[in-house]
Design a protein around this ligand. Structure first.
Ligand SMILES: C[S@@+](CC[C@H](N)C(=O)[O-])C[C@H]1O[C@@H](n2cnc3c(N)ncnc32)[C@H](O)[C@@H]1O
Length: 264
């Protein structure tokens, strides 16, 4: 049996997870069905709470998680030495212990192989460091929960796509609805991917984009940025959304709000 809401609640109380439990369960339905499931890469780790979830679903020994985060005090966050800037309670800290730290790479104590790479995920140097740790392996699951800006989210996926195996799972967090951004980079990545894909919107105002990597599709960051990024008035943004076949933002917000109310 997979992880339950009670398991996640316990993890959350010991190591703060920034995503809500129902949406983590929604992602887990996909993650726990992956075969094989040995390697996970997470872009944007927060305090290491979601990494605790990934640790729990991986096999001891060969199971490997590599997180990437650029926050200056990210190791202090993972190890509970600083609190997150959030109003959530009761726990806003991480509970990891460092095994060793070499330059931008930190290894944490675990019976799985847990690494954190300190760096900007949208820079080729950071991607190269992750590739080095993978050492020929490919990820079965790539979780994008980092920056939402156009340039960052798009370059993140362009740089990391070859590290995800064919039929591996990509989950892009916060793909739409109730966002101040008319179109975020996360939405752009998600909408640029070919069908089939199934967005998960569960008890959260944005939604998680789910997609299984297709062998013959290569994501092009610059092309996606040029196609989706719009700078203009609200009306111009809406017109552009319609022209490129995206849902009307207001309608998307309304549906997301309905979903949120239903799940309350
Ligand atoms: C929403 S939090 C991640 C939450 C975490 N996955 C969880 O579920 O607990 C987003 C994280 O992305 C990181 N981030 C933002 N921009 C980034 C970038 N360009 N490179 C790497 N990390 C980035 C932030 O420092 C932050 O810790």
């Amino acid at each position: 049996m997979g992880l339950t809401a009670q398991d996640l609640q316990k993890m959350w109380s010991e190591c703060y997870i920034e995503n809500f439990i129902p949406e983590m369960l929604g992602i887990l339905e996909h993650v726990e069905s992956l075969d094989p499931l040995k390697t996970i890469v997470e872009i944007g780790t927060g305090l290491g709470g979601s990494a605790r979830v990934w640790e729990a679903v991986l096999p001891p020994g060969e199971g490997m998680i590599i997180g990437v985060d650029k926050m200056g005090d990210i190791v202090e966050r993972w190890t509970g030495k600083v609190e997150a800037y959030t109003t959530c309670s009761p726990c806003r800290v991480g509970n990891w212990e460092v095994e060793w730290e070499k330059g931008p790479i930190v290894k944490f104590k675990s019976d799985r192989q847990v690494y954190l790479v300190k760096g900007d995920s949208s820079s080729p140097e950071t991607a190269e460091i992750v590739r080095g740790i993978l050492d020929g392996r490919q990820a079965d699951f790539l979780f994008h929960d980092g920056a939402h800006w156009f340039q960052t989210a798009c370059w993140d996926y362009e740089l990391f796509q070859d590290m995800l195996r064919t039929q591996g799972l990509l989950c892009v967090a916060d793909i739409g609805g109730l966002t101040e951004d008319p179109m975020s980079g996360c939405q752009a990545v998600y909408y640029a991917l070919p069908e089939p894909k199934s967005p998960k919107v569960r008890n959260h105002n944005q939604g998680m984009g789910i997609w299984y990597k297709q062998e013959d599709f290569v994501f092009d960051a610059q092309e996606t940025i040029d196609r989706f990024q719009v700078v203009g008035t609200d009306d111009e943004l809406q017109a552009r959304r319609v022209a490129i076949g995206l849902p009307n933002q207001h309608e998307q917000d309304r549906l997301a709000e309905l979903e949120r109310q239903r799940n309350k």
